[in-house]
Design a protein around this ligand. Structure first.
Ligand SMILES: CC(C)(COP(=O)(O)OP(=O)(O)OC[C@H]1O[C@@H](n2cnc3c(N)ncnc32)[C@H](O)[C@@H]1OP(=O)(O)O)[C@@H](O)C(=O)NCCC(=O)NCCS
Length: 166
């Protein structure tokens, strides 16, 4: 097997382990689907050759949303989350960037980078966010991820939408 492929599979396994551990984010999917996401629209940070941070980006209505922000537990509170979001912001061409969270550390990272808490994100973005919420719920149900559903559902009113206008 090619050494680069092995390295890539290590990243897939890291991502799946992080997704399994963190109940505030989406559930892990198959190796093939995670590999596709890692090779697609995301930002990744390394430290001494090891993956330490990951975030996904996708178009949601008029916004580009940064989601599934993950930092290795051994590397938290050292600025990796901030670096990840900065890298994502730099790579996004859209002038409206959105991030939804109820995680206090994530909220702090966003506030430090001048993201503003917003109420109504506009009809097209709100519609897509609602659609994505139901799609995520469905994906959790078919994976029997009931702890994750409970964890995300019980604090649903605490989610805040943060926007950055470039
Ligand atoms: C959220 C997360 C990505 C942050 O990554 P990180 O590398 O620790 O972030 P940084 O080190 O850049 O910054 C963390 C900031 O939050 C602050 N912070 C940490 N814990 C906090 C808490 N409980 N309450 C408030 N602020 C907190 C830190 O002091 C720091 O702010 P400062 O730079 O002003 O001192 C990381 O904790 C993580 O992967 N969490 C699990 C997955 C998750 O919930 N992701 C968010 C989904 S949207």
């Amino acid at each position: 097997m090619h050494p680069l492929w092995l390295l890539f599979m290590e990243e897939v396994q890291w991502l799946k382990a992080m997704l399994r551990r963190e109940l505030e984010v989406r559930p892990p999917m198959s190796d093939k689907k995670e590999a596709k996401l890692l090779a697609g629209n995301c930002v990744i940070l390394h430290d001494r050759g090891e993956i330490v941070g990951y975030a996904e980006m996708r178009k949601v209505g008029k916004h580009t949303e940064i989601s599934t922000v993950l930092v290795d537990p051994s590397q938290r509170n050292k600025g990796v989350g901030k670096e990840l979001i900065l890298k994502a912001v730099e790579s996004i061409e859209n002038d409206k960037i959105l991030c939804c969270t109820k995680n206090p550390a994530m909220a702090k990272v966003l506030q430090n980078l001048d993201f503003k808490s917003i109420g109504w994100p506009g009809l097209s973005t709100a519609t897509m966010l609602t659609f994505n919420t139901f799609a995520r719920l469905f994906s959790m149900v078919i994976r029997f991820e009931f702890r994750r559903i409970w964890q995300q559902g019980k604090g649903i009113h605490k989610y805040e939408r943060y926007e950055l206008t470039k």
